[in-house]
Unconditional design. Structure first.
Length: 361
């Protein structure tokens, strides 16, 4: 009989294989060729930063992957952060790696796949993955380090500071929302856990540096000055809010809303089956991630465009309560949920294949 550790390893391997298969059938898209030509030349990257985008981390990741000699090798590389995100989402609420269970990993992965509003653009298109998948993994790494700090596990501070600055320089909605989370954490440590204050403050300051590099980039201002955004610039603050809340969000957020429904269903099951959840666990693993998800979606009212792929990190943070609740409910209910989710995923495979293989991402 396969033991728990082997089941977890097998589940991770299966997740990687599915991500790899999806990558292999996805062709290179127009932007991929553009960033492939940009290469890793620092002067070219600086010019890009000054004239187009502050997403330094994503730009380097995409260009680096695209230097691989063929799409196959790119696929092997680009499948890695999918595993990383699922692993870290499930590790956030764990005391030890051995306490992860295979069914939670698989359901969390399938949730990411079927609730994603733009799975191709965020995960399997190389440039899109650099902007939304790899950056989500960095942001989740940063959050995991904070959670581990509050659990009394102080990881290497040099690594923590490097992750902090990289996570800050990922994408705009994630940086702004996680910065708010970080500031509140600093205040909390000052009031309640002084032993963690210096570490939380240091990580937050490095995150601020990364956010400043991203948000204050001259390229962002140059792009916003384009004639295409003239009507947006003329709108009032209230106009931006109304457009975002009543038109853009309803049009793009339906798939990710299912992840909230799943969290509510799992929470109801935990309540009905009388699973004990402490207030601190409820706050850390359910309330805070859901509020951050909403915050990441809401703050995009400041952006002149709001494609569905912008919600990728909003989805990623909802995987934390999904994984947490799956772990604490009865294993028989979890196995039933796994059967249902496997059926849903298998049913969606033909549609995913058609869209990815034809570049309809």
């Amino acid at each position: 009989m396969i033991n728990k550790k082997d089941r977890v390893i097998l589940s991770i391997f299966c997740i990687y294989l599915v991500a790899l298969a999806c990558n292999l059938v996805t062709p290179l898209i127009s932007d991929d060729f553009t960033y492939q030509k940009l290469g890793l030349n620092l002067s070219v990257k600086f010019h890009h930063y000054m004239g187009w985008s502050g997403r330094v981390v994503a730009d380097f990741i995409s260009s680096a992957i695209l230097q691989a000699p063929d799409r196959t090798l790119m696929s092997f590389i680009n499948a890695l952060p999918v595993v990383g995100i699922i692993w870290m989402a499930c590790m956030t609420y764990k005391d030890h790696v051995n306490s992860i269970n295979a069914s939670s990993l698989l359901i969390t992965f399938i949730s990411y796949m079927i609730f994603n509003p733009s799975i191709g653009q965020t995960t399997f298109w190389i440039v899109g993955a650099a902007n939304y998948l790899w950056t989500s993994m960095l942001c989740l790494s940063y959050m995991l380090l904070f959670y581990r700090m509050f659990d009394g596990k102080n990881d290497n501070i040099i690594i923590a500071l490097i992750v902090s600055i990289l996570a800050g320089c990922t994408n705009e909605s994630s940086s702004a929302t996680i910065l708010g989370f970080s500031v509140l954490s600093v205040i909390y440590t000052w009031l309640k856990e002084r032993n963690n204050f210096k570490r939380s403050l240091s990580m937050t300051l490095m995150f601020c540096v990364g956010s400043a590099i991203l948000i204050l980039a001259p390229g962002n201002q140059a792009r916003m000055a384009a004639p295409d955004f003239s009507s947006w610039r003329e709108m009032s603050f209230i106009g931006h809010l109304k457009l975002h809340l009543f038109e853009r969000l309803p049009d793009t957020s339906l798939p990710i809303s299912y992840s909230f429904v799943l969290v509510l269903v799992l929470a109801a099951i935990a309540l009905i089956t009388k699973v004990k959840i402490s207030r601190i666990e409820y706050a850390k693993y359910i309330a805070i991630p859901l509020l951050m998800s909403l915050g990441m979606a809401f703050i995009m009212f400041m952006s002149p465009y709001f494609p569905p792929r912008s919600l990728n990190m909003s989805l990623v943070v909802t995987l934390i309560p999904i994984g947490y609740l799956l772990n604490i409910i009865d294993y028989r209910i979890r196995l039933l949920a796994l059967a249902i989710f496997l059926f849903l995923f298998i049913s969606s495979i033909p549609d995913i294949y058609i869209h990815l293989s034809k570049g309809l991402i």
